[in-house]
Each structure stands twice: as C-alpha cells, then as structure tokens.
Ligand binder design. Structure first.
Ligand SMILES: C[S@@+](CC[C@H](N)C(=O)[O-])C[C@H]1O[C@@H](n2cnc3c(N)ncnc32)[C@H](O)[C@@H]1O
Length: 224
C-alpha cells in the first residue's frame, strides 16, 4: 500500500493539504525549528514543511520500514527511524519545536514530553465528507464525526488548542487515482483496490480535513 501512497501523493492531488500544513507551520512555529513527523509515511508532508520553515533538523518516525525507506530518499538529511509510536519516542524531553501528525496514531503523553514549552503541534484528520463521492464504490470505511474534538480532548493535558482550520478542495481523479486513494487511507479500505469494483473516473471528489493547531503548555516547575 506504500506504492499506492507514493503514486497518489506524486500525482499532486493532496498538494493543497501540504500547502495548508506548510502555511500553518510557517505561521505558528519558531524560526528554524526542529521538526518531528510522527507517522510520517513516505515523508511527503515533512518534506514540504521542512522546506517552508527552513528546519534546523527533521525527524521522521513510522512503523513501516517500506514507507520510511522512501522518506529517507526524499529527506536525505533527516533522521528517519522505524518506530512504534506507542513506545516512548526516541527523542529527549523538550527537544522538538514543531510536531506533525497527519492521519497517523497519536501518543499524546509522548508528544507532550518531547515538545518544548510553546512548541507547535499540527494534527490533520479527515472529515466525514472526505472522499464521499467514491466512498461506497471504493468500500471506504466511514469517518466518524467529531474526530477533531476527540483529538483536542486527548491532547488537552499537554497542549492548548490554538486554532482549527478546515481544508477542503475538489479533485479530478482517474480510476487509478481512485484505486490509490482507496488503498492508502486515511479513510481506510476493506478490500484491495482491484477488488473494489471502480473503473470509471470520478470527475469531482471532495478532499476535506481538519487541521488543528496546538501549543505545548508551559511545564509547571516542581516546588521541592
Ligand atoms: C494513513 S498513513 C499516513 C502517512 C503520512 N502521514 C501521510 O499522510 O502521507 C498512516 C501512517 O501511520 C503509520 N503507523 C501506523 N501505526 C503506527 C505506529 N504504531 N507507530 C508508528 N507509525 C504508525 C503507518 O505505517 C502509516 O505510514
């Protein structure tokens, strides 16, 4: 499924999302940040953000070695580590200025540990209407409403919510694009694209996401 992601992202259909993420990063992050992408996949979004903010260092974590091999090729100067997000992250406390999480699992306590006070965390989740025109034909899983609220609640101990933005655009997809986007998520899929029974191009398909901006709360100084 990594190839489907590479092919779909390579087609440029999600470029507006990479642009929105980069714009938010430039707006909220400190200058020359250390950037961490958890669940970085093939590194597509980290590459876009890193360039936009002129990052001092970039770290990509993902459990898939196949995806990360691709990320390492795209980001030769970045640290790309095969890592399970549910383990303690391989970074020091308060070492990250800007963290990204795009359609990937979130370990809130670990995000809070590695982010320095005031650091920016950008989280992207799909909205229920994401890919709605092809959801049935491509047998995509339903996207639960209120995902953004769940994310904010799960982050609340370590992060305050600064802003929530809707990123929405239309895409003209070929049958191959539909197969790739179905195979790669974030909506997920029940069957291989070739079994999903779509063969016609979808002229206008909705891409719809929530981009949440969080700020790491100031740590309390322990009085001992
Ligand atoms: C839908 S993909 C998104 C990838 C990338 N952020 C993007 O949008 O192109 C979800 C990613 O999370 C990764 N992932 C899933 N479970 C993980 C875990 N426990 N630890 C680290 N990465 C994980 C997958 O390997 C996959 O690359």
């Amino acid at each position: 499924m990594v190839q489907a992601r590479i092919d779909f992202l390579g087609s440029g259909h999600f470029r507006p999302l990479a642009d929105a993420l980069s714009t938010a990063a430039a707006e909220f992050a400190v200058e020359r940040p250390v950037v961490l992408d958890v669940g970085a996949g093939t590194g597509y979004y980290l590459a876009a953000v890193r360039e936009r903010v002129n990052a001092r260092a970039a770290v990509a974590l993902d459990i898939s070695k196949f995806a990360l091999r691709r990320a390492a090729r795209l980001l030769p100067d970045a640290l790309c580590l095969v890592w399970d997000v549910w383990r303690p992250l391989p970074l020091g406390e308060a070492s990250v200025d800007l963290a990204l999480n795009v359609f990937a699992p979130r370990n809130a306590p670990e995000f809070a540990r590695v982010c320095r006070d005031g650091a920016t965390l950008l989280v992207v989740t799909p909205l229920p209407r994401h890919l709605q025109e092809i959801a049935e034909g491509a047998r995509l899983l339903d996207i639960r409403p209120g995902k953004d609220n769940d994310v904010a609640a799960s982050m609340a101990d370590g992060f305050e919510t600064i802003e929530s933005r809707t990123v929405e655009f239309q895409m003209a997809l070929s049958p191959a694009d539909v197969g790739n986007v179905a195979a790669m998520g974030p909506a997920g899929h029940h069957s291989a694209p070739s079994e999903a029974g779509f063969s016609t191009p979808a002229s206008s398909v909705t891409a719809a996401f929530t981009l949440q901006v969080f700020r790491r709360r100031i740590r309390e100084v322990s009085k001992t």
